[in-house]
Structure formats: structure tokens, C-alpha cells
Design a protein around this ligand. Structure first.
Ligand SMILES: Nc1ncnc2c1ncn2[C@@H]1O[C@H](COP(=O)(O)OP(=O)(O)OP(=O)(O)O)[C@@H](O)[C@H]1O
Length: 363
């Protein structure tokens, strides 16, 4: 397994890029630690696949270098980098049996026959195809073929890294959950360096130790699922992660007070904000309390999700959401307060530290 450094990577698909807007990846400078489980998470078109293909060697970046354990591999192919890659749609040999599809990458590398047998049996068990090991891949469903493709990515234990590009898209929901748990278990056992591309936050948050959130060709935050949830570095992370996403409310900041129209919210600390910066308060629906105290709101609608209720309300003419327990009542003249621990402040969309205890927030 390898530590992977992306050293000032930029990539444009056009021949003579001029401005930032011409780059699919604007600037990525990051280290993937040896043995780490990472997810690249972001909306369609933000550059996840581009970044993954640059790591695997399918794509050469316009600018920057890729280092594996300190060695420059920018000019090397996927095979020379010793990368296993699993794509969104199955890449399997139709005329080979399920077993031979899995054994193929090992035979190619001259692995001893008894070791091949042991590894293949283990992977067959994991992907749930042990009973069809002798069957040709041709007759199988897309779902089963993708399980073979996944198995082929996992069968070698000597790879530098395993890269997954939305590998569970064609898998049915129950099996998705099973395979994701098994990937996690496999990571625990063998400490592979794994990078997993997805636009699905549940998939990212359950698979990865570190989630790399991308937007518009940039990494906007790297953190544990908890960090992304509690301290979104950028308002985009706040919106994108969580259901519903974070409430982002324009405010004017004076010392340790944020003003929303005529209303005031006490901040947990003061902040150094550049003059003229656009300031917003970010608070997750989980940290909004509805009761008889605080800022008056008008209830717009209430969604009952079974175990909890999502209350959509208007605060100073803006939509906000609050998550309340299933049995919680809403007063006739409702007001809201925000948990101090759940308050984040943003200047020009980037989080600013509140009070002396917090470090600077921008990566
Ligand atoms: N071969 C290509 N030629 C030109 N532009 C491309 C090419 N591949 C991707 N792009 C553009 O680069 C940007 C990033 O695309 P990329 O596929 O990396 O995003 P993504 O986050 O993986 O999206 P998705 O989840 O839809 O696959 C997009 O604007 C896309 O249109």
C-alpha cells in the first residue's frame, strides 16, 4: 500500500486553458495516507472522476505531480502504479467463469496456485457468488457482474491502492449495504489505501474514515463524518451534508452578536471578519429549538418522517428547518433559539473561528 501525494494538481480537458473556469480541477494539493479509507464526495460534475483517474494514471494532469511513497509516478501507467480500479459499470470477461475472472489478476502476477485458490475462495464468499463460481460471467445479471468486478479489485493484496468509482450504482439496495459493510471490514483487516468516489453522502459517511468534499473542481473540506456535520468549513458542505442541510442565514455581525433583521443572536465568541465580507450564520436543523423563547417564526409546513418531525418555518421571511422529536408540540406563537454549540459563522462562504478557543477554519 502507498501514501499518495497530489502535488498542486490542476486539470483542464481543453488544449489551452486560460482562466480558472477552464479547469475541471482548479487546484488540488493533498496527501492520502497509507492505509486510509477515503471517500471523494460531491455533486455531479465537480471533478471526482477526474481526480480519481489522475490518481490511477488513466489521465495525465495538465499541471502538478503525483507521488506514491515519495516517488514521482506522474508519467507512469495504471499498471506501473500497481493500482486496482473498480468502475461504475462492470468490466468482466464474459467468456470466463466467475472463478477465473477473479483468479485472472493473480495468475497474471504469478501468484502461487494455492494462494490463488485461497484468495479467490475468500472473495467469492464476500461477494456472495460461491455457489456460482463455475458459471460463465456471460449469463449473469449486471448486478452479479458488478460484484465480480468489485471482487477483482479486491483480490490482490499487493496493490498500491484500490480506487472505486461509484461501484455500487447498479447493485440493489440491500446488497449495497452488505457490500459496503464488507468493504469496511476488508479495510480493517488489510489496511488497503482505498479511495471511493460517490455523490451519495450515506455511502461516503459509512465507508470512509476521512471524507473529501469537492465542489466545482476544488476540495472544500476534508474531515471525519462528525467534523463535516458539526463544523462545515464552507456553506456548501453545510447544505450538501445532512438531511435537510444546514440553515444558512444572512446576518450582520457586531462583536459577539449576529443581527438577523431586527433580531439578535448571541454568538459563542467574537470573530475577526474582513470589512465588507458577506456574513452568514449556519445552524443545522438538529440545533434549532422551537418553543416560547427566541425569535418569532411562522410555521410553513411540518414533515413527519416517522421518528422525528421536520418543521419548515419562515424566520424574517427566510425558510429555515428544525428537527424536533416526534411527540414535540409546536406553540401557537412559535419562536426559535439555536444551541450555542451548533452555531457556525461564515464570511464569504468560509467558516470563521468564533472566540479564542477555535483555530482558523479555512483549509
Ligand atoms: N473527457 C472529457 N472531456 C471534456 N470535459 C470533461 C471530460 N470528462 C469530464 N469533463 C468535465 O469535467 C468536469 C468534471 O467531470 P467529472 O466527471 O470529473 O465529475 P464527477 O464529479 O465525477 O461527476 P459525475 O458524478 O457526474 O461523474 C465536468 O464539467 C465534466 O463535464
Amino acid at each position: 500500500m502507498a501514501r499518495i501525494n497530489l502535488d498542486d494538481i490542476r486539470h483542464a480537458y481543453m488544449a489551452s486553458p486560460r482562466g480558472d473556469g477552464d479547469f475541471a480541477l482548479k487546484r488540488v494539493h493533498h496527501t492520502f495516507d497509507d492505509g486510509g479509507a477515503y471517500a471523494l464526495l460531491g455533486p455531479s460534475g465537480c471533478g471526482k472522476t477526474t481526480l480519481l483517474n489522475i490518481m490511477s494514471g488513466l489521465l495525465k494532469p495538465t499541471e502538478g505531480k503525483i507521488l506514491f511513497d515519495g516517488r514521482d509516478v506522474t508519467g507512469l501507467s495504471t499498471e506501473e502504479r500497481n493500482i486496482a480500479q473498480v468502475f461504475q459499470f462492470p468490466v468482466v470477461y464474459d467468456t470466463m467463469s466467475v472463478r477465473d475472472n477473479l483468479a485472472f489478476p493473480l495468475r497474471n502476477r504469478g501468484v502461487a496456485p494455492d494462494e490463488i485458490e485461497r484468495r479467490v475462495a475468500e472473495i467469492l464468499e464476500m461477494i456472495g457468488l460461491a455457489d456460482r463460481a463455475g458459471q460463465k460471467a456471460r449469463g449473469l445479471t449486471a448486478d452479479d457482474k458488478q460484484k465480480i468486478a468489485l471482487g477483482r479489485g479486491l483480490v490482490r493484496s499487493d496493490v498500491s491502492a484500490i480506487l472505486f468509482d461509484e461501484p455500487l450504482t447498479v447493485i440493489d439496495p440491500h446488497m449495497k449495504w452488505v457490500l459496503r459493510s464488507q468493504l469496511k471490514e476488508l479495510h480493517r483487516r488489510f489496511a488497503f489505501t482505498m479511495v471511493y468516489v460517490t455523490h451519495d453522502q450515506t455511502e461516503a459517511l459509512t465507508f470512509a474514515d476521512q471524507v473529501v468534499v469537492m465542489n466545482d473542481g476544488e476540495i472544500v473540506q476534508i474531515g471525519t463524518p462528525e467534523e463535516l456535520f458539526e463544523r462545515p468549513n464552507h456553506t456548501f458542505v453545510g447544505y450538501f451534508i445532512g438531511s435537510p442541510g444546514m440553515n444558512v442565514i444572512p446576518v450582520d455581525v457586531e462583536g459577539t452578536t449576529a443581527r438577523i433583521g431586527a433580531h439578535r443572536v448571541a454568538l459563542p465568541g467574537g470573530a475577526a471578519i474582513d470589512a465588507g465580507a458577506r456574513t452568514e450564520l449556519g445552524v443545522r436543523p438538529e440545533h434549532v429549538r422551537i418553543g416560547n423563547q427566541g425569535i418569532p417564526v411562522q410555521i410553513d409546513r411540518v414533515e413527519d418522517t416517522g421518528r422525528r418531525k421536520i418543521v419548515h418555518a419562515l424566520l424574517d421571511g427566510r425558510q429555515i428547518a428544525a428537527i424536533v422529536p416526534e411527540d414535540a408540540g409546536v406553540p401557537a406563537e412559535p419562536r426559535v433559539t439555536f444551541d450555542a454549540a451548533g452555531i457556525n459563522l461564515y464570511a464569504n462562504s468560509w467558516r470563521v473561528a468564533l472566540g479564542p478557543a477555535e483555530e482558523g477554519a479555512r483549509p
